[in-house]
Ligand binder design. Sequence first.
Ligand code: SAH
Length: 343
Amino acid sequence: MIEDLVSLSYEELSDFIKEQGEASYRAEQIFRNYASGFSLSEMTDIGKNLKEKLSLYENSAIEEVKKLIDRDGTEKYLFRLRDGNYIETVLMRYKHGNSVCISSQVGCRMGCRFCASTLKGKIRNLSAGEMLMQVSVVNRDNKVSNIVIMGVGEPLDNYDNLLRFLKNVNDPRGMNIGQRHISVSTCGLVDKIKALAEKKFQITLSVSLHAPDNETRNKLMPVNLKYGVEEVLDACRYYISRTGRRISFEYTLIKGVNDGVEQAETLGRKLKGMLCHVNLIPVNYVSERGLFPSDKKTIDAFRDKLLAMKINTTVRRTLGGEINASCGQLRYQQEEDERRERL
Ligand code: SAH
């Protein structure tokens, strides 16, 4: 018994189609359709009878309920899943092409203090099919060249589905997006970073560090109580040694919390000699949290300290500020709106 047609690999889909007594080219068609952002009901090359027969097995279709466009070109999609949950997906435009930022879970259980995605905990994991459909549906409107798994959820807390998604989205018979065009972002689940290292994928691993010492990181990220800074950095070194890939560290700057020059210096010392890059991001203000972004002077001083220590560092431009395109804000809003309507 299969659970979901959309999450199957090409090989699994072929076997399933054969078992159903259908011609093998049907597997090719269906796999390609999902990769093109079409769910069964929208497929034009599959007959009504077959659609009806298969619809029983299609559980990862997603439905666009809202799309917001920012002045800077960023587009934010709100999708409804088959079970009524909402997820969000963001398209960002860069000179080098379009990146889609996808969610990996409904909600998140990591509890980072600055993040809106985690306010109500984790509802469930997304299937590989639901991750794929976010990319392929957005790709219908705008050609997607890069994928970042940096939306709502902790992808390494949904490890098996993540691996399945990576395989399917990479398949030349489907979306055919190369591993080097995919980034996976984690809050630092050490055991899973090590497991992923063994896969020797060519994807980019982003690690959300946000503080160079346990005292500060414990306050911002509860996950640090389980895997401390040194352990995370050790896992990163291991990852680099197995894959030869540069790690990207995310560091969100919060006024008066983690933005001091001495913290930049500690960070620089700990990253010395590592094949890595630091991405500084002024924290997006989430009204429920009461944390504020650092001012420009502080950000520049933090960056300059790292650069002086020969650490590759950039300050990330923030996109989509107007449309709440950050970190679970839209989904949260939608749920709050519905809650108010019910009351
Ligand atoms: N769980 C994964 C991926 C999702 S979060 C992770 O932790 O990496 C994606 C990135 O957005 C992470 O670096 C996260 O720390 C950051 N982030 C979350 N809330 C933010 C906020 N309010 N402002 C700036 N960055 C934020």
